[in-house]
Structures are given as structure tokens and as C-alpha cells.
Design a protein. Sequence first.
Length: 253
Amino acid sequence: MQKYSTCFITFLSIFLTVSMGYCQPKTDDFLTKLFVQNSHPIFQEVIKHPDTYRLQIIYTQINRDKNNQPSFKNYYFNVDSTFYFNPASTVKLSLALLALEKLNQMKQPQVNKFTSMQFDTAFSGQTNEWKDDTSPNGFPSIAHFIKKAFLVSDNDAYSRMYEFVGQETANRVLHAKGYPDTRITHRFVRMTPDENRHTNPVRFIKEDGSLIYKQPATYNQMPFDFSRIAKIGKGYMTGKDSLIHERSAVAAH
């Protein structure tokens, strides 16, 4: 478990800036001086107007001692805990780590990241996945999902890891690790909030199809607090052709 905890600390310090707890933007001289060295006009335009471009940067420097043990030092640029940050595809890393940690905690001797698995359906909007023609043995697995998520930024791989971990587990684990303001709320497919609260039943199987372990469908009963809703843009579409001329609330999606 130690190695996964270390991975979480490294990743979350970079990714989940919304929960760092700063009352005003935090910027270190190290990054300010470093950025001055890049004279590209587009780069300088973004750096000089971080609020316009919603820019937040955390750079984690990894140092190793003579025994090759790592230590981490963070440097910040315009990091503000009250400034909404949409992580986009970097959320795939958090689900990969959560999936690996869950596998560890299951303590099923025949189940590991390479074990073949299948996804069934139990609620509206869900789809099954019994085969994966891109994997070596033709079946999905956590290891292959992680490979696809990082090599080609595959959205389905993320969604399947989300379904394996479960919406409630994903959020409770992140909150317990010290990031109470984070929210992982949906797959990368169009589904309603209620459909995203429901996650598929999952089976781990041998390559002959016989069952090793079955995980039932889950439902997240934990409420999401969106009291700090961020609004961006100039307008948004409702329905197919209705334009509302006001900023859209992004934090509740």
C-alpha cells in the first residue's frame, strides 16, 4: 500500500488544486523567474494574464537521496483553492490509482490488474463490455484500461475504471486522503447525474469464461455539495437552439 500512497501524494499535489486551502492565489518566485526565460509571445501572453486563461500550475520537483528515496517539493503559480479547476483527461490518472488501490484491498488471490473482467448492465444508460479486441487475450482488464488511458487517452477505459471503483468510493477515498473539495461525478459519455450515480456489475473471470469474483452494481447515495459553483463564459445553450446570455455554472457538471 505504501507505493500507492506515494503515487497519490505526487499526483494529487499536481492535479487537485481546488482543495489546497489557499485564501488567495499562491505564487512562488522560482516559477515566476523560470517563466521569464521563455520569451515566446503566446507563452508570455498566458503567463501575464493567468486569470483570463484560468491558469494554475503546480510543479513538483522530485529529489532522491543517496539511497534513492524520493522527496517532493512543490512550487506554485496562481494556485487558488476557490478558483474552479476542471482537470479534463488528467482525471484518468486518479481513476487508475483508485482502481489499483481497490484491487489491492479486495484481497482476492486470483484477481489482479491482469485478470480478465467483464461489465454487465443494471441501469439505464449502461453498456456491457465482454470483449476487448485490442488486448492480448481479447478480454478487458484493469492493466489494459490503464495502458489505453495513458497511451491514447481512451475515454472508454476511464469510464470502465470509474464503473469498477464506483462513484461513491472514488470520492470518499479522495476526501479521506485530504482532498474534500474534489468531485468525480461522471463517465466520459452523455448520461444523467442519476445514471452516473449507478455503476455496472463487474465480473472477474478466467480465460475459459468461468467466474472468479463478482462485484454487484453500486449506487452512490453520498450528496455532492456544489455551494461554490464557478461560472465561466458568456453564454450557454439549453436544448438544441436556445442561447442563454449568461455565464454557465461549470462546477455542477
